[in-house]
Design a protein around this ligand. Structure first.
Ligand code: MV4
Length: 453
């Protein structure tokens, strides 16, 4: 494959485990790599593993990993032909994708137009509606004021959920059960949305009370070939932070998978989507599903899909960006195993407060079907400036029950000393009966583990 001309050199505009993940994929493809890093990340593994590394600024993300001008300067100096944005930071910034193009650098991701079209939630809903993707009842556009919100909420029927047009991933949402609560919720969320996204616009959806979060992984090349790679169940979240993800979803049958997959691809066709992406759905107790949003990036939880499909999603991203056609067809995707991922965070398990500091011992689990994606090591200093993810632990086995027991064993083997981690919390989830039965919704953590809320 490396004889195929993809890129000569790629800059990775990210840090942490995902930067390593991308460096490894580039290496396997025979592509040289450039790491960028803030002064807080001088000792990070991504800096050591890349062929070259460029310091792009001080610790705050705004001045480093979010600084498009510094990153493009680093790209210019090192003469790369492409930039991989990872997740978070600039990965879903359509202006950054456009700037890359203007600088004659390939952005390894969807087109700037794709990102823009799907980034505004009301716009994404309108596109989805036209493409025949099922939606929960809601407003077509932003609601301009509280009076119209009250009018619309009455038509939709309570409970409703207010969402920021520019939000996503659980930021900028508010559930409203009664009309009396609407004004204060609306005003508060407007202010919050303006501060967080620079856009105060809100829209309304019917609130689905006991849903599961099921997302479809898609992959589309620049030549109109599109496939879906099954789903991930990300229902177990705490304050909109995913804690544990799995594939396949315990509640998705082969028939439902095909239906959701086809519909996700219809959305991709509607925008001429290119590269990998994720279409998020809520699934209710009757197994009806509704579009939530589309994520136009590689996601944190992509490894569970890789394990059950055998497809290296990051390598595929690079190939697609280089203009190659998909090497896999829909019928090649056969899912007959199970993978679970635990996000290991540098946090106090009891209080869920960050726990930065020096790692004094680091022993990772291993064995058949165990994968650890990490960037830390013994004596590494976990810095407080970025998200607290220090490792992703993935267990892969023929069945869900076996994946659960493998995860249990792996969590028991995992040793991290010097800082607190979420490992004890993951052990409790994995042992809980409701989890083992696959019987849970988005309220799982409040209902079964109230101590942690
Ligand atoms: C919803 C919902 C119920 N009804 N929308 C949270 C993350 C963001 N992507 C949207 N979210 C939700 N949107 C409607 N119309 C419930 C949630 C939700 C949720 C979704 C997935 C996983 C965990 C959740 C926890 C609380 C709320």
């Amino acid at each position: 494959m490396s004889s195929d001309l993809l890129f000569k050199k790629v800059l990775i505009a990210n840090r942490g485990e995902i930067a390593l993940r991308v460096i490894r994929a580039c290496r396997e493809l025979g592509i040289a790599t450039v790491a960028v890093y803030s002064t807080a990340d001088e000792n990070s593994l991504h800096v050591k593993l890349a062929d070259e590394a460029v310091c792009i600024g001080p610790p705050p993300s705004k001045l480093s990993y979010l600084n498009a001008a510094s990153i493009l300067s680093a790209a210019d100096i090192t003469g790369v032909d492409a930039i991989h944005p990872g997740y978070g930071f600039l990965s879903e910034n359509h202006e950054f994708a456009r700037l890359c193009k203007e600088c004659n650098i390939t952005f390894i991701g969807p087109s700037s137009e794709n990102i823009q079209a799907l980034g505004e939630k009301t716009n994404a809903r309108q596109i989805a509606k036209k493409a025949g993707v099922p939606l929960l009842p809601g407003t077509e556009a932003a609601v301009p004021n509280v009076d119209i919100a009250l009018e619309q909420a009455k038509i939709i029927g309570y409970p409703i959920i207010l969402k920021a047009v520019a939000g996503g991933g659980g930021r900028g949402i508010n559930t409203v059960y009664r009309p009396e609560q609407l004004k204060s919720s609306f005003d508060r969320l407007c202010t919050e949305a303006k501060a967080a996204f620079g856009n105060p616009a809100l829209y309304i959806e019917k609130y689905c009370e006991h849903p599961r979060h099921v997302e479809i992984q898609v992959m589309c090349d620049k030549h109109g070939n599109r496939i879906y790679l099954g789903e991930r169940d990300c229902t177990i979240q705490r304050r909109h932070q995913k804690i544990l993800e799995e594939s396949p979803s315990p509640i998705v049958s082969a028939k439902l998978r095909e239906k959701m997959g086809q519909i996700a691809l219809n959305l991709c066709s509607a925008v001429n989507y290119e590269n990998v992406g994720t279409v998020e759905f809520l699934v209710d107790e009757h197994r009806a599903f509704y579009f939530m949003e589309m994520n136009t990036r590689i996601q944190v939880e992509h490894p569970v899909t890789e394990m059950v499909t055998g497809v290296d999603l990051v390598k595929e991203q690079i190939r697609i960006a280089a203009g190659k056609t998909l090497t896999i067809k829909q019928e090649d995707i056969k899912i007959n195993s199970h993978a679970i991922e635990c996000r290991i965070l540098a946090e106090d398990s009891e209080r869920f407060t960050p726990s930065p500091g020096k790692i004094l011992a680091f022993h990772v689990p291993g064995g058949f079907g165990v994968r650890v994606d990490s960037f830390v090591y013994d004596q590494y200093q976990v810095v407080p400036f970025y998200d607290s993810l220090i490792a992703k632990l993935i267990a892969h086995a023929p069945t869900r029950d076996e994946a659960i027991s493998k995860m249990r064993q792996a969590l028991d083997e995992f040793v991290v000393e010097g800082i607190k981690t979420s490992i004890p919390f993951h052990k409790k989830i994995i042992k809980s009966q409701k989890f083992r039965e696959g019987e849970f919704d988005t309220h799982f953590l409040d209902e079964f583990m109230p101590k942690y809320e």
